[in-house]
Ligand binder design. Sequence first.
Ligand code: TMP
Length: 414
Amino acid sequence: MPNHENQSDKKCRISNKELNLVLDFGMQPLGNAFLSHQEFDSEYFYPMKVGFCNESKMFQLIEQPEPKKMFHENYAFFSGTSKKMGQHFEKFSQSIINSEYFSNPNPFVVELGCNDGIMLKNFANRKISHLGVEPSKNVADEAKKIGINTLVDFFNLLTAKKILDQYGQADAILAANVMCHIPDIKNVVEGMKLLLSPKGIIVFEDPYLGDVITKTSYDQIYDEHVFLFSGMSIKNLFNLYDLELIDMEKQETHGGSMRYILAHKNQYPISSRLEKIFQFEEELGLGDYQKFKKFSANVEQSKKDLVAILKDFKNDGKVIAGYAATSKSTTILNYCNIGSDLIDYITDTTPIKLNKLTPGMHIPVVSYDHFLRQPPDVAVLFAWNHQDEILEKEKKFTESGGKWITHVPEVKVF
Ligand code: TMP
């Protein structure tokens, strides 16, 4: 039964204006809430709808479950599971360390949502003073094990005050795939403003709305992603706190992300790159609610196409596996109503997900060994954002006739 608690937030979390409905996905479970048979009765559902605010330009969930339901001591997402992401964070860290903006000889770096320490270890290894703030105890424990100075807490204005008292101002405040998770984001930005040294920088990256629209990657929409940012919305939000967007850098991670660099107002010149990106966003319609209608139609078409292809394979008696039990796949499976009648099992490498069932649709999650020992006829690439890495690893499956299905940028078999 639906048992969401948070029915009141119909307004934009930035401007407090009424939100315009973009898409209604119906009742959805939590993207990462893999469960056992015993937990069926207490499974949590909430109405997942996305809306857009014409004033703040923020694309956001209309309602969201309480953060404590999502980020807790059993949080199932470990950043370190992908090799490519490890390399990405190494480069991310180097870009900060070598940056013209990072000039304090004794810098202090704070990372929001440091997860298992995948980014901060690059600072720790160079003996750079740092602090990771991570609300999910199980992943924070992993960070501590590798020597990352970690505070198990949510970052907000109060936490920022405590950090300031204990450590002083931060020269860089970092976050990766974290800011878009935080409903009370204004409080977080206020905390960043307080903690940031006069010449300090805020650098964060998150899945980019521009990619979601151009690739119809609607699976980026799930409970944890309360926002999907654009340059426009980030500029507006930080401007409220006299923080200035000075640069943006497109990233290929997480299926298409954007890195935002911000500073106190009038501290640094504004990069010439911004003008082009803003122009792209205008042309794509990221500032206008009416333009999202095309996106909604594309999402519905994607659902029809995916279900039709799966049914065709099933009618031919094929075994279909899902490749990676991603949180994104929870949106696809529940929105398209795909259960174990269409997908036999999903394989994943994360131990905590194994021998569990997927949220809502209850497809069994099995080990990677199982996939290797009894390869399916068809694999649905739910971790499409790791496509290159996976196709490289699964050459044998492909060469022996295994078929792949992806839904990004449109549904196809290859
Ligand atoms: P993400 O798409 O949010 O990064 O989630 C990655 C999930 O995919 C995580 O559960 C681990 C899983 N995964 C595999 O099972 N095999 C792989 O080769 C990769 C890259 C990821």
